[in-house]
Design a protein around this ligand. Structure first.
Ligand SMILES: Cc1cc2nc3c(=O)[nH]c(=O)nc-3n(C[C@H](O)[C@H](O)[C@H](O)COP(=O)(O)OP(=O)(O)OC[C@H]3O[C@@H](n4cnc5c(N)ncnc54)[C@H](O)[C@@H]3O)c2cc1C
Ligand code: FES
Ligand code: FES
Length: 1347
């Protein structure tokens, strides 16, 4: 600090008091740390864990809170949602913070926003729920009558990985004026339920069907008068505050909030390297992820000049600290009030703001921050450059005005500003008559995503002509700075807006907008093509406008018009159809009813406790991992001296500290801590323990490791070349493929790559290990799907028997397979540290660490040869699967086995042979992920069957239907299909989706539109239910009845949002014949049920449900005599009587799936207990020029047997579908050629967001489909529906086929998964793609490789 003080000259070390309010209570912080975020403060200092940490980078919304400020100028209160993970506490002086705990609680009173999301089944794991609740709450505080569009806008910055979003929107539709229903409470303009205008939902005709998963009449009304008030004390403090400068300091940094402009400029002069912080949405990221230290921070929040909006003669001038939300409000108003020719640039800014981050970011991020960050992919700078905006720069000696042109940015993230200068304001000019402006942004995902290419274009014509007088084309994403395509623009001056100009513009842009093939960000061909495609869109738009003004230009062909349309989100509509329980069912028996997830209310109020929400233990310390930066290397030396002298340091943990065995992993082929060799980037080498998370992380980064690098193998292709495989190579054969190929009329060969997937559970891996002080006992709280494996591996590492280790799991914020085995790589290290230090140790991984080290879904590469008859009947298949297993075997063999079991998907092929090869590479070990290899196996099948249809010129649906499995047929692993409902699902899906009419409509649409195309696909799935490792198909339960009649159920399954505990309570309730309210499940613990299987393979309800039923049946039998003796008595009476009669009121239950036991060696034995079936039909629309697509409609028919809980099952179907949608259309993990994962957070890795759900979504649970293999005739549902999202992929492929046909390109073509915007655009061959040929592979080092 002394060093800092010397440099700061005028600064003293003292800190001011920071005063703010949290949930109405005053907080006075005398040692406000300039680097501390509001999120850390809430969770760690105030003990308010309702606000969650999902990413720390503003990308998930889990940390959303509402801030309220009194604005003295307008005497208004401003309420707005922000990301607490980016909000520095120092920015909160005289601000009121409202967190999820502040608006309601289960104990006190629920807020309608909390109640509705829970009751409408919008909360599964619940980790995203508080953030979503707060986004909605902030919206309603500003607007009690929102429209659905407002709701969608409010959620642009929130992610949910479980629900598929539909139920959340459905819940909050009830608050809107255009989509909602108030549940009979009538809060605006009467009520639809009482005035007879109730929205009619599709209700299936016939008895026993229902479409109502919740009842709006159960909802409490929204009463704005009951909202938490702005703290009166804060109001008077705000009104009376005299602007004075503030200063907060720590040992590393000082935060200065100058009182006026002069002071600000003075400070900037004295501290030219100081960072100016307004929204902290750039600086916060740099500090957290780029390890930047900014010793001096200047916060200009008090300075009116920087917040001023002035209407000048030339346009509107915004102070540099105006937030983007405020800019948007001002511009919208101007657009409404001014003549349209003046507001072209305003509209362009507004268009960019529509897709700029999420609302939480826009509410704090400043326009000046965007300009000054000088990012090459800034979305606003291209517009400002095309507008030639005036910028006022200032230092203590005066100001100067510059224009935003290509001289303003002087390099990557650098501008012409002198260090002592600040940006005071920006003037966005009025446009002129005869001037036309457009702005474009193309990103992988539409909502809250950074651009791939972003552009703005402005053309001015000589009045009354179509001759170009001025043209400015600016692009982001094409160089180190935002650039102007000056050469092209100059060439076109004076030219008439027409086809010749277009030709010239395109060839000139192709020359001018080049990129090195190794350019950071990759997608080089795509980015280059986009520069032309976007210009073409601009060209058509302007042409149309000129024509509209009566000028003699070419007419835009009607089939080209859709290329000029601006994207508008449809308000999604949905239908859910399920069979109601028979009227004969006892009213108290809730099995089969859409019972709400039992923790949903607590999740919505923030009261549900996740691993990292457990209050700190006495003496607790924090752990941070030290991981390898090399993919394959020997460790030469480890130097931890710098870490040891860093603040808060307590201890290092390395391999030598492991008291037991360092060997770990499912196949015992891993180390707890690397001792001499690292085999992937992210390989755990050691850990640092310190007093706080931040200190532990800083110390871990200070550990220096020297490596001796070895040749890595990163991709599947490299592994094949080096024959780097794990053994065994699996083979599954039925029939005689050679004979089959001879019999075939046609043979087709192809290949496909299916990318991996990050689990992106909202809660990252976390562990708290607490040594119990005697006999080496250790209690571990872990976010894991696999308590027993955790117990076993921790005991092994500690060198103690398993009976000393208790693993406890309350709930997880999502798992999806990612916490089945890989969670142990953290829990073992944390336990070793706790054992070493004899202190409680905690670690919750940061999102980037979690993504780097825990692996994900296996990328697959497949090759196939398929033989088929003229009719389309497939008669022979030979297929090779290669998976990228990574640096350990983990579950890869089982994943591959499932891929092979599903290699035909739902098609019966006489002669088939599949091989499965596991590639050993230097990536973090890949692992289980919902579907467990099944989706990859089936994806290849759908690829070849699509090509079979294409090559025969026959409709794909007919070829699929022809080959579909039927009842009684046999799989390649010799399992007879019993109770097969595939054809029922197929037929229902065909009719519910109106497939034939849609197909006709699409053909018409595609004839009428050249640059947008629609596509359709209907895809079946057949998913085998059972663990493929036979011994795992067992489960246990322990049920206690207490003398007051309450029942405690324990079972081996863990709750990760899938509603397992809710279903288990329903099962117990039916067997015991008591209401659910008497039954409780507290947690999963190795102390109550030992030797459990992981909660996985979709089988947990089947297995644990049967075990719970078994235990409850035993207890029921024991109580039977007391019931018969006192038939009119109550449950409590019987329990008491039994107790006094000394009857054991505790029972354990057990279940193992009968008749299982498949052998690959002999291809005999039963692989699965049964199959879950489903069919989905999807329609999409692609933009052939940009590669963007819209999900128009999806219809899913799923056979879940007799549903235990239709709300939970439909939630699983929709959630799995959306996760599959991410897998097949959006989510892309990028790795450098050296195996470094480049996509490590929501900023760069895009999971589906609210806007990605199909505009129409119908989910129907197949009716009358009981079956006798699982608990109460229900069927597994967790994984099977995921693959149905491939219907979107194949609909996209269908649309691309139509686009290619326009250019005369026919026949099958390879489309790898995901069908990203880049792949779609590159596949739509046309005149623009021809101008941007890809660089020759092998002639350059790409930025990222397909692993
Ligand atoms: C989740 C997320 C999504 C995002 N999405 C987008 C997006 O879609 N499009 C996009 O373009 N950007 C996006 N960004 C980037 C960022 O939000 C914007 O650049 C934002 O405008 C920065 O403003 P700020 O006030 O938060 O900047 P801060 O972080 O406070 O400051 C940023 C930089 O600007 C400098 N600075 C700020 N004001 C001045 C001034 N008056 N004079 C001199 N220097 C100054 C600071 O010194 C600092 O270096 C996103 C960021 C996040 C975290
Ligand atoms: S934790 Fe703040 S947005 Fe993800
Ligand atoms: S419920 Fe949304 S992330 Fe789990």
């Amino acid at each position: 600090m002394k060093e800092l003080d010397r440099n700061m000259g005028d600064c003293t070390t003292s800190s001011d008091e920071l005063v703010f309010f949290v949930n109405g209570r005053k907080v006075i912080e005398t040692h406000a740390d300039p680097e501390m975020t509001l999120l850390t403060y809430l969770r760690r200092k105030l003990g308010l864990p309702g606000t969650k940490l999902g990413c720390a980078e503003g990308g998930c919304g889990a940390c959303t809170v509402m801030l309220s400020k009194y604005q003295p100028q307008t005497q208004n209160l401003l309420h707005f949602a922000v990301n607490a993970c980016l909000a520095p506490i120092c920015s909160l002086h005289l601000v009121a913070v409202t967190t999820v705990e502040g608006i309601g609680s289960v104990a006190r009173q629920l807020h309608p926003v909390q109640e509705r999301i829970a009751k409408a089944h919008g909360s599964q794991c619940g980790f995203c729920t508080p953030g979503i609740v707060m986004s909605m709450y902030a919206l309603l505080r500003n607007n009690t009558s929102p429209k659905m569009a407002d709701v969608e806008e409010a959620f642009q910055g929130n992610l949910c990985r479980c629900t598929g979003y539909r139920p959340i929107l459905e819940a909050y539709k009830t608050f809107t004026v255009d989509g909602g229903c108030c549940g009979g409470k009538g809060w605006v303009n009467g009520c639809c339920m009482t005035n007879g205008k109730a929205e009619e939902k599709e209700v299936d005709v016939g008895v026993n069907t229902s479409s109502g998963l919740f009842n709006v009449a159960d909802f409490a009304p929204l009463d704005p008068t009951q909202e938490v008030i702005f703290p009166p004390e804060l109001m008077s403090l705000s009104k009376n505050q005299k602007t004075r400068s503030l200063r907060f300091s720590s040992t590393r940094a000082v935060w200065m909030q100058p009182a006026n402009l002069d002071e600000f400029l003075d400070l900037k002069y004295k501290h030219p390297d100081a960072r100016v912080v307004v929204g902290n949405t750039e600086v916060g990221i740099e500090v957290k992820f780029k390890n930047m230290l900014y010793p001096v921070i200047l916060a200009p929040s008090f300075i009116p000049e920087l917040h001023r909006v002035t209407h000048t003669d030339n346009g509107i001038m915004f102070g540099a600290a105006c937030t983007l939300t405020h800019v948007g409000v001002v511009l919208k108003k101007a657009v409404e009030e001014l003549p349209s020719h003046q507001t072209q640039f305003f509209l362009a800014v507004l268009e960019q703001l529509r897709w700029f981050a999420g609302q939480q970011i826009r509410n704090v991020a400043a326009v000046g921050g965007n300009i000054m960050t000088a990012s090459p992919i800034s979305d606003l700078n291209p517009v400002f450059m095309a507008a030639n905006c005036k910028l006022t720069l200032m230092d203590k000696d005066g100001s100067r005005v510059v224009h935003m042109d290509d001289s303003f940015f002087v390099g990557y993230r650098r501008t012409i500003l002198q260090p002592q200068e600040i940006l005071l304001s920006i003037e966005v000019p009025y446009s002129k008559k005869y001037q036309f402006v457009s702005a474009f942004k193309q990103s992988p995902r539409r909502e809250d995503d950074i651009s791939i290419v972003t552009a703005a274009m402005s053309v001015t014509f000589t009045p009354g002509t179509c001759a170009v007088e001025d043209l400015r084309l600016s692009y982001g994403g094409m160089a180190a700075t935002t650039v102007l395509a000056k050469n092209t623009a100059n060439k076109l001056l004076g030219r008439c807006w027409g086809e010749e100009l277009l030709e010239e513009a395109c060839s000139s842009l192709a020359e001018e907008m080049t990129l090195d093939p190794s350019a950071p960000g990759g997608m080089v061909t795509y980015r280059r093509t986009l520069t032309l495609s976007l210009f073409y869109k601009f060209y058509l738009t302007v042409l149309q406008k000129l024509r509209g003004q009566g000028l003699n230009v070419e007419e835009v062909r009607s089939d080209f018009l859709s290329a000029t349309e601006i994207y508008n989100q449809e308000i999604p509509s949905s239908v859910q159809i399920y069979q109601e329980v028979p009227p004969s069912q006892n009213q108290d028996d809730v099995l089969g009813h859409p019972v709400m997830h039992l923790s949903a209310l607590k999740q919505a109020t923030g009261e549900a406790v996740y691993c990292d929400d457990i209050p700190l233990f006495e003496n607790e310390v924090y752990l941070a991992l030290i991981t390898s930066t090399k993919p394959h290397a020997r460790i030469r030396s480890i130097d931890s001296s710098a870490a040891e002298s860093s603040p808060g340091f307590i201890s290092c943990v390395f391999a030598g500290d492991i008291p037991g065995s360092n060997v770990t992993g499912i196949f015992h082929d891993e180390t707890v801590l690397a001792d001499s060799l690292v085999t992937c980037v992210g390989h755990i080498i050691g850990a640092v323990v310190a007093d706080t998370q931040l200190n532990a992380q800083r110390a871990a980064k200070a550990v220096k490791i020297q490596y001796e690098e070895m040749q890595p193998i990163i991709t599947i292709q490299e592994a094949i070349a080096a024959q780097s495989f794990y053994q065994p190579i699996r083979k599954l054969q039925r029939g005689d493929p050679e004979a089959g190929f001879k019999q075939a009329d046609h043979i087709l060969e192809g290949e496909m790559h299916i990318g991996g997937q990050e689990h992106f559970y909202l809660e990252t891996n976390s562990t708290v290990a607490v040594p119990r002080g005697e006999d080496d006992e250790m209690e571990i709280f872990v976010s894991t799907q696999n308590p027993s494996e955790t117990q076993f591996l921790v005991a092994k590492a500690l060198g103690v028997p398993a009976n000393r280790v208790v693993v406890r799991v309350k709930r997880m914020g999502g798992g999806f397979g990612g916490k089945e085995s890989r969670s142990t790589i953290l829990s073992t290290v944390v336990s070793v540290a706790a054992h070493k230090l004899r202190r409680p140790v905690r670690c919750m991984l940061d999102r980037d660490e979690d993504m780097l080290i825990t692996g994900g879904r296996h990328p697959f590469y497949g090759k196939y040869k398929v033989g088929f008859l003229k009719s389309g009947k497939v008669v022979a298949l030979d297929v090779w699967y290669y998976s990228n297993a990574g640096n350990s075997c983990d579950l890869s063999l089982s994943v591959m086995e499932r891929a092979l079991f599903h290699m035909e998907n739902s098609y019966n092929i006489e002669n088939v042979c599949g091989h499965g090869v596991l590639c050993r590479t230097n990536l973090a070990s890949n692992t289980a992920f919902r579907g467990f290899g099944g989706p990859q196996g089936m994806m290849l099948a759908e690829s070849w069957i699509t090509e079979v249809a294409q090559s025969l010129g026959r409709p794909a649906d007919e070829v699929r239907r022809l080959n579909l499995f039927r009842q009684g047929e046999m799989t390649p692993y010799n399992q007879v299909l019993e109770q097969c409902t595939l054809d029922l699902c197929w037929d229902e899906c065909m009719s519910r989706s109106h497939y034939r009419q849609r197909r006709d409509a699409i053909e018409l649409y595609n004839r009428q539109n050249r640059w947008t195309k629609r596509g359709l696909a209907i895809i079946p799935t057949m998913f085998g239910i059972s663990f493929t490792a036979v011994f795992l198909n067992q489960a246990g339960a322990l049920v206690h009845i207490y003398t007051d009649g309450s029942v405690l159920v324990s079972h081996g399954g863990t709750e990760m949002g899938q509603g397992l505990h809710t279903k288990m309570v329903q099962v117990a309730s039916r067997v015991l014949g008591i209401p659910c309210s008497k039954i409780h499940i507290s947690e999963t613990s190795t102390q109550t049920v030992p030797n459990t299987s992981a909660t996985a393979a979709s089988a947990s309800s089947d297995l644990n449900g049967a075990a719970v039923r078994n235990a409850c049946q035993v207890l029921s039998q024991r109580l039977e005599p007391y019931k018969s003796r006192n038939p009119k008595g109550s449950w409590e009476d019987w329990v008491k009587a039994a107790y006094f009669d000394r009857i054991n009121l505790s029972a354990n239950g057990f279940y193992k799936t009968p008749d299982l036991g498949y052998s690959f060696e002999t291809n005999s034995g039963r692989a699965f207990n049964y199959f879950s079936y489903g069919v989905a039909c999807s329609e999409v629309e692609i933009d052939c020029l940009t590669g963007a697509h819209k999900n128009l409609s999806t219809t899913i028919v799923m056979d879940v047997g007799v549903s235990l809980n239709p709300a939970i099952d439909i939630g699983q179907v929709e959630g799995a579908f959306m996760q599959g949608l991410g897998l097949f259309t959006l989510e892309e993990l990028h790795y450098s050629p050296k195996g470094v994962l480049l996509t490590r957070g929501p900023g760069s890795y895009k999971i589906p967001a609210f806007g990605d759900i199909p505009s129409e979504l119908t989910v129907s649970l197949l009716r009358d489909a009981p079956h006798d293999k699982a608990i109460f005739a229900s069927k597994a549902v967790g994984e099977p529906p995921l693959f149905l999202a491939s219907s979107v992929f194949f609909a996209i492929k269908d649309a691309i086929t139509a686009a290619r046909a326009e250019s005369g390109v026919m026949g099958p073509f390879r489309l790898d998964s995901p069908a990203s915007a880049e792949r779609i655009r590159n596949a739509c061959k046309d005149r623009f793609t021809k101008l941007c040929p890809p660089a020759e592979p092998g002639t350059f080092q790409p930025w990222s490789v397909q692993v």
